[in-house]
Design a protein around this ligand. Structure first.
Ligand SMILES: *Cc1c(COP(=O)(O)O)cnc(C)c1O
Length: 392
């Protein structure tokens, strides 16, 4: 049978055709009225998509660039920071903070689980300058309770008047409800190659007034990712350096698409995109469980992706290979020491009913052939259809 290449990875995600067309035809120089108009429009849309009154920035880098910026711009060497970590991306916060000389306290949870709020409360001492967390830990499929963690940071803010709360929502934005200003998130970060259906290369985020003030005294070295410099440029509808211009054109097309999903309202479109991810995730969870498979993060599964434990005796590397070779579908293996133990199916951005049902149908074939066990064909698909029918 012929194979169409399809991405089911939690970034990069499938590209929006309208964004591809917009990128292919975009050739304006970045110091022109044309680009300034595009840039201004994209910044306004980013603000509405995030749902914030704070100033927003778009950096030409992958998501990790903005993560690094939120360490280098907000800390000084020797600062004590708290990282809430339950996977490879949580560990990236720790590595980043250490690279800039911070003293790193951590609250950790085993892979597949979420952070203990009691432990967060215990570790929130007055010396903590920043708290770093993921909204959704893409390496394990777990969702962290950002609202309750934010409340803890806020509640303790009588004693911690200057603790900033930074959220890597790179797979959270567009898949997960996040009240950025209401909960008091000081820095929230997203990436173009996730829910916004554009190739990798842009990171975006919103920054609170408190965080801008911190930058005035923070002493860690920074140059390309100097956020104050970008803010100053953005006020003049410019970027500090040469931006990834074509990606901006793609992003504008993606926001138009999301706005259409909301009948002309971008925030409503974002909510529809979140509801879409939630439904794809609920269908997928029902499907894999009907097949007798176990969720890797059962207690707090994210809508961004579903991580599935490899069945006993099977290797997820083989499962992912089968998906690719037999169906042209790229499903993500476990990262680093989780390799072989789980596979991940994303629901971030441009996925619909047919994608979701299709990947489950393929999973039935893959499991039958890799485990050699009898699979009742249609059982995963049926469970997903039942979830869908109920929501309808
Ligand atoms: C994709 C992702 C990142 C960013 O990775 P880049 O490769 O730098 O874009 C960071 N955190 C999470 C949770 C992610 O899913």
């Amino acid at each position: 049978m012929l194979k169409k290449n399809r991405l089911f990875t939690p970034g990069p995600t499938p590209l929006l055709p309208q964004a591809q067309t917009a990128m292919a035809s975009y050739g304006a120089h970045h110091r022109t009225a044309d680009f300034r108009a595009l840039f201004t429009r994209v910044l306004a849309d980013v603000k509405e998509f995030i749902g914030t009154k704070n100033d927003v920035l778009v950096l030409s880098s992958s998501g990790t660039g903005f993560m690094e910026a939120s360490v280098s711009n907000l800390t000084s060497p020797g600062d004590r920071v708290l990282v809430l970590s339950a996977g490879k991306f949580g560990e990236r916060w720790t590595a980043l903070a250490k690279a800039f000389g911070c003293t790193v306290e951590t609250v950790t949870a085993p892979y597949g689980e979420t952070i203990s709020l009691d432990e967060v409360r215990r570790k929130l001492t007055p010396e903590i300058r920043c708290v770093y967390v993921q909204a959704t830990e893409s390496s394990t499929g777990a969702r962290h309770d950002v609202e309750r963690i934010a409340k803890l940071v806020q509640t303790s803010s009588d004693t911690l008047p200057d603790t900033l709360f930074v959220v890597d929502a790179i797979t959270g934005l567009g898949t997960t409800r996040l009240d950025v200003d209401g909960w008091g998130i000081d820095v929230i970060i997203g990436g173009s190659q996730k829910a916004l259906m554009v190739p990798p290369g842009l990171a975006y985020g919103a920054i609170s007034e408190r965080a801008w003030q911190r930058m005035e005294t923070a002493k860690s070295p920074r140059y390309y990712f100097d956020l104050r410099k970008e803010r100053k440029s953005a006020a003049k509808a410019e970027t500090a350096y040469t931006p990834a211009t074509a990606l901006f054109a793609g992003l504008a097309a993606a926001f138009d698409y999301v706005r259409q999903m909301g009948d002309g309202n971008l925030a409503a479109g974002r909510d529809a995109l979140i509801a879409n991810a939630e439904l794809c995730a609920a269908m997928t969870r029902a499907g894999v469980q009907a097949l007798g498979l176990k969720l890797f993060a059962p207690s707090s599964p994210a809508a961004a992706l579903t991580a599935v434990a490899a069945p006993a005796g099977a290797d997820s590397t083989v499962i992912c290979k089968r998906f690719r070779e037999q169906f042209g579908a790229v499903v993500a293996n476990g990262q680093a020491e989780m390799k072989g133990q789980l596979f991940r199916i994303a629901h971030i951005g441009y996925y619909d009913y047919l994608d979701t049902v299709g990947v489950l149908a393929a999973l039935e074939q893959v499991i039958a052939e890799t485990t050699g066990k009898a699979v009742e064909f249609g059982c995963a698909v049926r469970a997903a259809q039942e979830v869908y029918a109920k929501v309808r």
